[in-house]
Design a protein around this ligand. Structure first.
Ligand SMILES: NC(=O)c1ccc[n+]([C@@H]2O[C@H](COP(=O)([O-])OP(=O)(O)OC[C@H]3O[C@@H](n4cnc5c(N)ncnc54)[C@H](OP(=O)(O)O)[C@@H]3O)[C@@H](O)[C@H]2O)c1
Length: 332
């Protein structure tokens, strides 16, 4: 099989595309012919050795793939051969073939394209975990959020755009903050009520969020952090909640006085750690989210496409904020 290999932590252009022996097919596993591999911002951090988890090198990045089942272990029902499935992998997705646990595979609705299916998992499960598990929102009662305002930072990126889609489905009125017209348009297409240009500056985003929401927002979804997160904390109204998601712009230093004022809350969201500790619950959550996508209540973006051999370029474009929405790799 062909695979993208990180032989040692370092710059993205150090990634190599090589021929590897097919990995052994363990009991309870299936072999997939990869149809598309999802690319996540975290993959680039892992390759550069900048993530909190350091994999053993060499390793093949890639956490989510859609594939066709081409081989099953002796204890797995051969009836599933040929099915198109989604696999949530630890690593190994940037490849032409992958091995995955049969009991964690997820069937896909026909309406979902392979591109959508290969690129929604991390972003949507982070968002669903944040709103439903951490905030306690009830997906069956979106009316409860009808008067509540949600500000999403990085709203044209993978995690932010998913939060816009989920926020709208959960009944929020969403304000999307992003740096380019195409990113803001993607968020508006997913139902955001307003889109704010972050290139106008941190204070301009905060003031726009306060004005547009009529005094202050109820929830801040922040995958960006840095000075933007610090400033936008001040846009939260009484009892508003800041969801700490990620730090592409740096780790914010949230002033404690601003949390005390107006009885604000700050909520940590670490979906990855929770999913590792709760694999069955995570698979159940994945199936619930896919069900909502199948019903049309959630609409993952159609991703930009790069060939597998250009994985380093895809990661570099994400890192440089050149990508609107999501990215997949297709075997070439
Ligand atoms: N908490 C969790 O459980 C969890 C799970 C998955 C991912 N994450 C984290 O979520 C964050 C976002 O991931 P993602 O997949 O959405 O990434 P992405 O697709 O690259 O989007 C990130 C967005 O952040 C904005 N941005 C602002 N400053 C940036 C900078 N210095 N470098 C790059 N982007 C910058 C960009 O939007 P503008 O150009 O519009 O500013 C970009 O579109 C990452 O930190 C990731 O580790 C957290």
């Amino acid at each position: 099989m062909r695979a993208v290999v990180c032989k040692e932590f370092g710059p993205l252009d150090g990634l190599e595309v090589v021929d590897l022996d097919d990995p052994p097919l363990l009991i309870g596993h299936v072999r997939l012919r990869v149809l598309a591999s999802g690319v996540n911002y975290v993959d680039g951090l892992l390759v550069q050795g900048r993530y909190q988890i350091k994999p053993v090198v060499p390793f093949v990045p890639g956490m989510e793939v859609v594939g066709e089942i081409v081989e099953v272990a002796g204890d797995v029902d051969a009836k599933i051969l040929g099915a198109r499935v989604l696999a949530n992998l630890g690593f190994g997705g940037y490849a032409t073939h992958a091995v995955a646990r049969a009991d964690r595979l997820v069937a896909l609705p026909e309406s979902m394209t392979t591109g959508q299916a290969a690129s929604f998992l991390q972003s949507y499960l982070t968002g669903w975990f944040a709103f439903v598990q951490r905030l306690g929102d009830d997906p069956a009662n979106a009316a409860a959020n009808a008067d509540r305002w949600l500000l999403v930072l990085g709203a044209g990126g993978g995690v932010g755009l998913a939060a816009v889609d989920i926020g709208v489905a959960l009944g929020y009125r969403v304000i999307a903050a992003a740096s380019s017209a195409d990113k803001r348009q993607l968020a508006l297409d997913r139902g955001a009520v307003h889109a704010v240009d972050v290139s106008l500056g941190d204070d301009a985003v905060k003031e726009a969020a306060k004005d547009l929401s009529g005094g202050g927002i109820d929830v801040l979804y922040d995958p960006v952090g840095g000075s933007l997160g610090e400033v936008c904390l001040r846009a939260l109204r009484e009892d508003g909640n800041y969801l700490v998601i990620g730090f592409v712009g740096g780790i914010p230093k949230l002033p404690a006085n601003q949390i005390l004022l107006r009885n604000r809350r700050v909520t940590g969201v670490d979906w990855g750690a929770w999913a590792t500790r709760n694999p069955e619950a995570n698979t159940a959550m994945l199936r619930e989210v896919i069900g909502l996508i199948g019903e049309g209540r959630l609409s993952p973006v159609e991703p930009a496409v790069y060939p597998l051999s250009r994985a380093a370029d895809a990661l570099a474009d994400l890192d440089a904020r050149r990508v609107a929405g999501k990215v997949i790799l297709l075997p070439d």
